[in-house]
Every structure is written in structure tokens, then in C-alpha cells.
Design a protein around this ligand. Structure first.
Ligand code: GLY
Length: 422
């Protein structure tokens, strides 16, 4: 099977590394890729990742049997529809189904119809209605961009002025704003392979969205993750699949927009039970880098089964025991204006996945994005996985870079718990 992966982040590096181990894969391509994917997959040019026609033309030219689309932007733009229209199997939802991520208002509507618990929400598209709407929420205020925002469109704050200012910035930019009630409790990212109706959950993970230790500072695309969750009850994943993911998948199918790909449920484990924070229509980053580090089942076979509606025929997933941790090394200035072009030492070491990197003609790897590397550690438990990840981080040199030193720490120290009643 010739597998073409679309994207250029550490998520795609993790995807190609996992699929390279699958004996059914005869050729692996990645477009546009990065300096890390280059060593694992054939690097293919793709000037505009979000252009469905370009993705499809490349898939045809390269004779792909399966296309795996990593990021949300091409999915929302209809890349999976275009690839499937060419008769090529594609792992990734249609544009219509990807609205579960692309439009928070659509997602809320689907959840309401499916009877799935989620935060109470209101959409505001007129600045004149903002103050009255804010008065009906918070503190704590949760202000979201209604569309795609690469994880940076959310402000959660008890400061009314801050919440209002963020909402006004979004409205001034022509983006409707979603106000939500605040959900207490720890969050979990649950990735589910979906082939239209069958749902196969992967290991649950937790990610760290704020830039600084102790969840301080602005939101980012994600600064680290760990899996599985030592503080979660046995049975939590099955419960969330039964009460949340399966009803949403069934509702999308009922609407004639079956979901095919990776449905990412962001769940708050609140005092009143699991509630949806958000759905995404693709593998999450950086959780994927940790989750795939433990997956033993051949990944391309699995994604192909999801793409071809045969997930129910697959054997149960096989996981390595223990835990995995991903620590993101970010460029100077991230998440504001990151500096590019710094030489990275140690980028080709084991356990180092590339995101914003580029290989210069002289062979040096240089930074070319905000989140530069995801450094992975695995171990017999979370403490051991953390120790390995941070040992590897210490060996990397990138001027001005920064990372969080507390990924998974609260879980190791027993400081994460679902509130009473949840
Ligand atoms: N980890 C957050 C995201 O992928 O959106």
C-alpha cells in the first residue's frame, strides 16, 4: 500500500514513523513534510496544503492508495472529498463532517440533537450584544473563536475586561464569538478512529495548552502531552464513547454527513460527569506523538480500515505497557512571533519528532516554525516516561527556545482528580 501523508508537523512525523513499521506499507510519502519526515518518507512538494485540487493532483501523480490528511484546514476546505472523488481511499472527514471542528455552532447543534452533555453556549456576531451576553456568563469567562484558530482562539479568564477585549478582537476581525459556561475538572483528549459508524478509541491523553509551567500565559497549539491517564477510572473511555462519541457519530450519519477519520473529543471530567469542551476532526498535536509511541497495531492498516469502512473487522488494538510523554520545544517568541532560522543541535536524536524545522543545504537543521520539536519519552510508568523525555530535551540546543518543565508532573504527584460526583 502506497500511503501519502499530508502535513508538516510533529503529528505527521509521528504518523509516518508509525506507518513505516507497518508491513503492508510499500511506499510512504509526506507532503510538504519537514526535516524529520524527510528521513522516513519521500518528501513531496505541495505548495498549498489547504488546496483540495493540489492535494488530489499529488495523490494521483504519486499513485497513492491511501491519503492521510493531518491538519484541519485542508479537511475543512474539502480535501478528503476531492481525494475520494478520484477513487483514492482517504483517512479524513468530508468538509461537511469536518464542520464539527470548523464551526463550533454546528458542533453545538449536533451535540444538542445527540443529547450529549456540553457547556452551555451562545454565539455573538454583533458587538452591540456582547456586554449583555457576557453578563449571562462567568466569571469564569470562556470566549472562543467560532471558526478554526489553531488552538489559539480561546481565552479562559475571570477578568471581564480581558474576556471582552478578546471577544472584540475576534468580532473586529469578522469572526463570530462563542461564549461558553466554564467546565470544572481535568480535561482529557480522547481520539477515536471512525469509519462512518464504528468507533475505536485510542488511549486517552492529556495536553497542556498554556505556554508556561503551572498553566500560566497565553494558549498555544499545545506544549506537551502524556498518555495514559493514571488518575482516570477504568471504564472512563468506554463510558465517554457510549455517552458522547457514538451518539455524535450516529447523529452525523443521520444527517447524511458520516464522519470518516479521527474524531477528537476534548472532554472535561466535571463534578456532573464528562462534558464536551470541543470536537476536532483530526489527530491532536502533541497528544498524537505520545499516543502513537505506545501503539503496536500496524497504523496504516488501521487507518485504511477506517477509510474503507472496515474498522469493525480489525482485531483489538495492541498497546505497549507503560506511559509516554511528549514535551514541545518552542522557538524564541512563540506563541507570539517566533524567530526562525536558528540552528538546532540534537534534532536527529532518537525520540525527537520535528515540527517547525527545515534542513539547510549544508545539512544543518534550523527552526522554521513556532513549535519546533516534540521530544518523546516512554517508560514503565509516567514518572519514568517523563524522566526520559526531559533527559532527551536537555540534550537539544536551540538558542532562545523554551519548553514547559511540568508536563505530566501533577499526575505523577497525584494532584489530578475528577471532582466529587463526576
Ligand atoms: N492538542 C490540541 C489540538 O490538537 O487541538
Amino acid at each position: 500500500m502506497r500511503v501519502l501523508v499530508i502535513g508538516s508537523g510533529a503529528r505527521e512525523h509521528a504518523l509516518v514513523l508509525a506507518m513505516a513499521q507497518d508491513p503492508s506499507v510499500t511506499a510512504l510519502g509526506c507532503a510538504p513534510g519537514n526535516a524529520g519526515t524527510q528521513g522516513v518518507a519521500e518528501q513531496l512538494g505541495l505548495p498549498e496544503v489547504s488546496d483540495p485540487a493540489e492535494v488530489t493532483a499529488l495523490a494521483r501523480r504519486w499513485a497513492a492508495d491511501l491519503v492521510v490528511i493531518g491538519p484541519e484546514v485542508p479537511l475543512v476546505a474539502g480535501a478528503a472529498d476531492a481525494v475520494r472523488a478520484e477513487g483514492i481511499a482517504c483517512f479524513g472527514p468530508s468538509a461537511a463532517a469536518a464542520r464539527i471542528e470548523g464551526s463550533k455552532t454546528f458542533a453545538k447543534d449536533v451535540m444538542a440533537a445527540a443529547g450529549v452533555p456540553t457547556a452551555h453556549a451562545e454565539t455573538v456576531d454583533n458587538p452591540a450584544h456582547l456586554d449583555a451576553a457576557l453578563a449571562r456568563f462567568g466569571p469564569t469567562f470562556v470566549v472562543k473563536d467560532d471558526g478554526l484558530a489553531a488552538g489559539k482562539g480561546v481565552v479562559v479568564s475571570s477578568d471581564l475586561d480581558l474576556a471582552r477585549a478578546h471577544a472584540m478582537t475576534l468580532l473586529d476581525g469578522g469572526h463570530p464569538v462563542l461564549l461558553e459556561s466554564f467546565l470544572d475538572g481535568p480535561e482529557m483528549s480522547l481520539f477515536c478512529l471512525v469509519d462512518g459508524l464504528t468507533v475505536v478509541p485510542l488511549l486517552p491523553a492529556q495536553d497542556f495548552k498554556r505556554v508556561g509551567d503551572g498553566d500560566i500565559g497565553p494558549n498555544t497549539g499545545g506544549m506537551g502531552a502524556y498518555t495514559p491517564l493514571p488518575w482516570a477510572d477504568f471504564g472512563l473511555v468506554d463510558d465517554v464513547v457510549t455517552r458522547i462519541v457514538a451518539p455524535v457519530v450516529a447523529e452525523l450519519d443521520r444527517r447524511g454527513v458520516p464522519f470518516n477519520g479521527l474524531l477528537y473529543a476534548g472532554i472535561a471530567l466535571t463534578s456532573t460527569g464528562p462534558q464536551v469542551v470541543e470536537f476536532n476532526a483530526r489527530f491532536g498535536d502533541p497528544e498524537t506523538q505520545a499516543v502513537l509511541a505506545l501503539l503496536r497495531t500496524p497504523l496504516a492498516t488501521l487507518l485504511n480500515a477506517a477509510a474503507t469502512g472496515t474498522l469493525a473487522e480489525q482485531p483489538e488494538l495492541d498497546w505497549a505497557p507503560g506511559a509516554a510523554v511528549a514535551v514541545v520545544v518552542a522557538a524564541d517568541g512563540y506563541p507570539g512571533t517566533p524567530r526562525f532560522g536558528d540552528v538546532i543541535t540534537g534534532a536527529d536524536a532518537e525520540g525527537v519528532l520535528h515540527a517547525g524545522t527545515r534542513r539547510r543545504d549544508d545539512g544543518a537543521v534550523v527552526s522554521a516554525g513556532g513549535r519546533v520539536l516534540s521530544v518523546i519519552g516512554t517508560g514503565e510508568d509516567l514518572a519514568a516516561a517523563r524522566a526520559e523525555a526531559y533527559r532527551r530535551v536537555a540534550e537539544i540546543k536551540l538558542p532562545g527556545s523554551h519548553y514547559r518543565s511540568d508536563i505530566g508532573l501533577a499526575a505523577v504527584e497525584g494532584r489530578v482528580a475528577v471532582p466529587a460526583g463526576g
